[in-house]
Design a binder for this molecule. Structure first.
Ligand SMILES: Nc1ncnc2c1ncn2[C@@H]1O[C@H](COP(=O)(O)OP(=O)(O)OP(=O)(O)O)[C@@H](O)[C@H]1O
Ligand SMILES: [Mg+2]
Length: 252
């Protein structure tokens, strides 16, 4: 469980997050949706403990990480996997070495145990048999799946995804979205940040729309469309122009 309570954060004198509250239930897939510059990646950095808010609490599994330092903060961060927008794979390492990277870094595992885990996560993301390839020999979709496998290897309770489908074609987008959906079967809590409405709707149990550092609406699709907020209407209008469930919420 992740809870942001009244988070405010200014960077270089400008308000980036303005009283953001967010509740992410254990084992769910939550999507943070909003336009470019809304503050989505900043929220992920706050959850990871990379940025400290000026105000508010970040409660992860019952602990307020804003108050924690050093080893305690690291302890909480270990529970969280991160899949970066640009993947952040190591180009000079093979697929299996990339997948094993955080395992080797943070856990006391024997090479044999590491090998078993690597095989399992590569199989889970459908990359079995690519062990000896290097990232530049993989397609965009394969790289993304490898980044997900690397995050999964340390068995995190929570995985954060920053724009996981950007730059992927529709087939790879679908594969990655299905993979994220399937994390539920592992009991993982997933948080996905995206500006792509269709992706958000395809995978989110709960959607939180943010604009200009503020939460505009939160809930399921119906809840959001019922807010009658002008920004929501503008943002959703393009996609739902012809959809029957949008009729009652149409832009005036
Ligand atoms: N380190 C920083 N110092 C100052 N301003 C920052 C910093 N990091 C982000 N910002 C600003 O905060 C705002 C929100 O940035 P953020 O990266 O969270 O947006 P985003 O919603 O992830 O956008 P995108 O969809 O383009 O990735 C932007 O206006 C950005 O310029
Ligand atoms: Mg971003």
């Amino acid at each position: 469980m992740i809870e942001l309570e009244n988070i405010s954060l200014a960077l270089t004198g400008r308000t980036i997050l303005d009283d953001v509250s967010l509740f992410i239930e254990k084992g769910t897939t939550s999507v943070i949706l909003g336009p470019s510059g809304a503050g989505k990646s900043t929220i992920l950095k706050v959850i990871l403990g990379l940025l400290k808010p000026d105000k508010g609490s970040v409660i992860i599994e019952g602990r307020n990480i804003v108050d924690e330092n050093g080893n305690d903060a690291l302890d909480v961060r270990r529970k969280i996997g991160m899949v970066f927008q640009a993947n952040a794979l190591f180009d000079s390492l093979t697929v299996e070495q990339n997948a094993a990277y955080f395992l080797k870094e943070s856990r006391n595992k024997t090479p044999r145990e590491i090998n078993t885990i690597v095989e399992e996560v590569l199989s889970f993301v459908n990359l079995s048999g690519t062990n000896k390839l290097y990232p530049d020999q993989l397609s965009g979709g394969m790289k993304k799946r490898l980044a997900i496998a690397r995050a999964l290897a340390v068995d995190p309770k929570i995985i954060l995804f920053d724009e996981p489908t950007t730059g992927l074609d529709p087939i790879n987008t679908k594969a990655v979205l299905n993979l994220i959906k399937s994390l539920k079967s592992r009991g993982t809590t997933s948080v996905i940040v995206t500006h792509i409405l269709n992706d958000a709707i395809a995978i989110g149990d709960v959607l939180t729309v943010i604009n200009d550092g503020k939460v505009t609406a939160s809930g399921n699709l119906k809840d959001i469309l019922n807010t009658k907020d002008q920004f929501i209407k503008d943002f959703f209008y393009e996609v739902f122009e012809d959809a029957s469930f949008f009729v009652n919420n149409k832009k005036e």
